[in-house]
Write a new protein. Structure first.
Length: 529
């Protein structure tokens, strides 16, 4: 059903007729164009396919190449204290101006000024959040001129827009502008996050970060634009909907970009990857670290390498953060975790057979000894697996992990003890792997156990992912108390309130460290038990 809904036309994002009327606005192959594929919601509240009703905008493969740096703009300053209006496309009959923005639409759209004011207000909130709070540079020329936001396909001189909610680009003078779809301007569920997403592209552009390799970094630009929209407007609905694209395929690398002609749920995946910067800002540092991944990056940098360096300054690193990230995603242990679970369940139901959240699912006593995951679901570099044991039997749980490829790979295996109202995290192995790591513990009141296994690497993966084996088995007639295994557990808190793990070495084969981290209660709906 999803395939029939996605009518992708990557070459029609600027119509030939509009190009003929505005020849200077024809996309230059050197212009930086960031098209945000924020999917339109359905016009009908009864339509269950809202999130998949329209195709995405042209994928990054089809976009013109970006410039190495933003243009230097030279305008004549307007007179007076207020910002002035400028336009590259002529006059518009419909306008609404705020302190920093002006919304414009053509004569074929009867846009209620109230709707225009809501969009403008969302953009002003985004300005404060991104520029005043996070320190991003304001768009060039915005000291004197209002930033242009057009409602596409609205008639007259309005720029075109396809079946997507918005995009950021530059006008013929090289000045940044945003185009929004008419539906996106009036949909109360999504318009604030759509506006914030597009304006974050505008401030991303001004930093010049990652412009030398635009395709390779496109996943991070879109992921952080969704992250920023969620930071600014946590109550809007469109960003949580995007999560299903990532949540259903965690074994693929975080930086995976679907092929240009892909018409599956993978087309939404790099937007759903917002969950990584959210994890970093919520569980390791704060939003300023994510902002620094642009403010401190150069045109030729790699987003993951920049993140790794910033995480090291925060007493972490990419491998350990990604391991903890995988573990938290097992139960969506976030402030908005319940919203995420609801969105995944609701929109995931529209694509039956696409759910690969769990590489292996079991009940009762779990595995019978050591087993391998499905070959097709082995984690790629910078991907992860989650093994789920629901309704565990009472007894002694034996947990084990062994990496079968170690060169250039940092493995992180964590046992998640799900108590419905909170989760506890027990690291199994950290680092390069080596000999099998095993622990044992008594099943208590857990509703489920999850074994989260992540692999971070800069090397090329095998054709079928990175191999490992695991054990997640309950002995219903246990022998001695597991406290005799020689493991210890500890938890400290930093001055910032973030979780700090202290490792104590007690056994070569049991575990280098057993660290039980009790995360505060998170009110969320659990998956069916």
């Amino acid at each position: 059903m999803l395939l029939t809904m996605l009518r992708h036309s990557p070459t029609l994002w600027i119509s030939p007729s509009w190009q003929a009327e505005h020849p200077r606005a024809t996309p230059n192959p050197r212009l930086w164009v960031a098209l945000a594929s924020v999917v339109l919601a359905s016009a009908s509240p009864c339509e269950a396919l809202a999130v998949f009703q329209a195709p995405t905008c042209p994928p990054p493969h089809a976009l013109p190449q970006w410039e190495d740096a933003p243009h230097e703009h030279h305008f004549s300053s307007p007179r007076g204290g207020e910002k002035a209006e400028r336009d590259a496309f002529g006059a518009f009959p419909g306008q609404f101006a705020s302190e920093n923005f002006i919304i414009k639409w053509g004569d074929q759209l009867a846009l209620d000024p109230v709707d225009a004011s809501v969009v403008a207000a969302a953009l002003e909130v985004s300005w404060v959040e991104f520029i005043d709070v996070l320190g991003f540079p304001a768009p060039q020329g915005s000291e004197d001129w209002l930033f242009n936001v057009y409602i596409g396909n609205s008639g007259g001189n309005a720029p075109p827009i396809g079946d997507f909610a918005g995009y950021f680009t530059t006008d013929p003078s090289g000045v940044g502008m945003i185009v929004l779809a008419p539906d996106a301007a009036v949909d109360v569920d999504i318009r604030s996050q759509v506006a914030a997403h597009e304006f974050f592209h505008a401030v991303q552009y001004e930093t010049g970060a990652y412009l030398a390799a635009p395709l390779a970094a496109s996943w991070y630009r879109e992921a952080t634009a969704d992250w920023a929209a969620l930071e600014a407007f946590p109550d809007d609905r469109i960003v949580p909907r995007h999560l299903v694209g990532y949540a259903y395929t965690p074994h693929l690398g975080i930086d995976y970009l679907a092929p240009e002609d892909d018409e599956t749920i993978l087309r939404y995946r790099h937007y759903g990857a917002f969950i990584l910067p959210l994890f970093v800002s919520e569980h390791i540092a704060d939003p300023s670290l994510v902002a620094q991944s642009f403010l401190g990056a150069g045109p030729s940098d790699s987003p993951l390498e920049v993140l790794d360096a910033l995480l090291r300054e925060a007493d972490s690193d990419l491998a350990s953060a990604f391991g903890a990230f995988a573990a938290h995603n097992a139960t969506w242990d976030y402030e908005l975790g319940r919203d995420f679970e609801d969105a995944i369940e609701e929109y995931g139901a529209l694509v039956p057979g696409a759910d690969q959240r769990f590489a292996v699912q079991m009940e009762g006593t779990g595995t019978d000894g050591w087993v391998d995951p499905p070959v097709s679901l082995r984690p790629w570099p910078n991907g992860y697996n989650v093994i789920r044991l629901r309704r565990p039997a009472q007894g002694l749980l034996h947990v084990g992990f062994e990496a079968l490829q170690e060169d250039g790979v940092q493995w992180w295996a964590t046992l998640v003890r799900d108590y419905l109202d909170h989760a506890e995290y027990v690291p199994i192995t950290q680092g390069t792997g080596g000999s099998p790591a095993e622990i044992s513990l008594m099943v208590a009141e857990e509703s489920a156990f999850y074994l989260a296994i992540s692999a971070t690497s800069q090397v090329q993966a095998p054709d079928l992912g990175l191999p490992y084996r695991f054990r997640l088995e309950v002995a219903t007639d246990p022998e001695p108390d597991p406290l005799s295994c020689g493991c210890t557990a500890s938890l400290t808190r930093s001055s910032t309130g973030k979780d700090q793990h202290r490792v104590e070495h007690n056994s070569r084969t049991a575990i280098a460290a057993l660290v039980v981290v009790l995360i505060g209660a998170l009110r969320r709906r659990s998956y069916p038990r």
